[in-house]
Design a protein around this ligand. Sequence first.
Ligand SMILES: *Cc1c(COP(=O)(O)O)cnc(C)c1O
Length: 425
Amino acid sequence: MPNYQATADWARAQDAADPLRAFRDEFLIPPHEGRDSVYFCGNSLGLQPRAVRDAVNAELDYWGELAVEGHFKGRLPWMDYHEYVRDDLAAIVGAQPGEVVAMNTLGVNLHLMMVSFYRPTAERPAILIEAGAFPTDRYAVESQVRFHGFDPATALIELEADEPNGTISLQAIERALAEHGSRIALVMLPGVQYRNGQTFDLKAITTLAHQHGCVVGFDLAHAVGNLPLQLHDSGADFAIWCSYKYLNSGPGAVGGAFVHQRHATATLPRFAGWWGHDKVTRFQMGPQFVPTAGADGWQLSNPPILALAPLRVSLEIFRRAGIDRLRAKSLQLTGYLEWLVNHQLPDVLEVVTPADPARRGAQLSIRVSGGRARGRSLFEYLMEHGVIGDWREPDVIRISPAPLYNRFADCLAFAEAVRAWRQAG
Ligand SMILES: *Cc1c(COP(=O)(O)O)cnc(C)c1O
């Protein structure tokens, strides 16, 4: 373990020695009373890269100057715009370029993927998810079960936590598959659980689930841009994510989807649209849908250029920083935050995210002792003092140091703010 110290000098020295420190200057840090706030909410809405404004303005200019010709002219003609983010997106999730597409939003992509990959039968009608899944995920799978005429009471299996603090072990997933596997059509789990911050082993889960004949999809909302991922090698059938959290692509940003290469040209049922049609013949405007091979074939509409511009800018930052270097820094930062909490504030705070760094990303979910009212009191104190986390009922504050723009000094500022609150009683 590094020799962490709870002093401003130590934190400053770490920040000065950080090879990624310059990236912070590429972001707009929300101000608080004339200074930078301490922003730990990148797991909810990542900060704005400074370059986004010019990138969006450039597209507005093309629209003004070129109008419909903007599809074919300008620096980045709109016709192929989604392809400009493809390679960087593939790199960040560990996929082949043809396996990923930027489109829609997470919830829409989840439904579109389930149209193709959740094909329940009377013998095999069920979906396995984690108990306490994010509302969209739960609503989406439940509504798909009903849409196919099955009853969620029997066809929706919600895996309960088997470990302290509400995390789920791989063994519990293995047991659930051993018990229900032959009835499960789809295993749908997160890369990082949004509430407790635990990671899931995509490859191990996929291998197990495939042995039982199940299709496997992952929700990477809290994993993309947070952890290095190897989606292709995991063997997962599909994945979906949003881009406004760690990917810093703006509120309601364009989401993403992954479809494993082995399904690239498979004749899967799908909801089709003209942008998913084979690019070569798309503008013959024929009545017959011929899908583009790969993830592109799931697109419905011509993409929102003004929303893709920030994603392009953001992914370019990740390319320069490198997800492996970001993860190395993230382990240090989150490790420091954990150390501060455990050594300075154990009477107030308890980390509920797994202590094993391999089983978590940037986020620590931190329970405030003494119940909801006390938790709210601390949370509101932090917000008033410019320390921005987020609140999860009934007593958890989520704090996520993002290695692109957070510093060791930020982690120390969090601990000092909690100490000041404790002292104020
Ligand atoms: C953030 C998040 C969502 C949000 O979905 P949108 O369609 O982008 O609004 C869904 N699921 C999980 C697990 C999330 O973390």
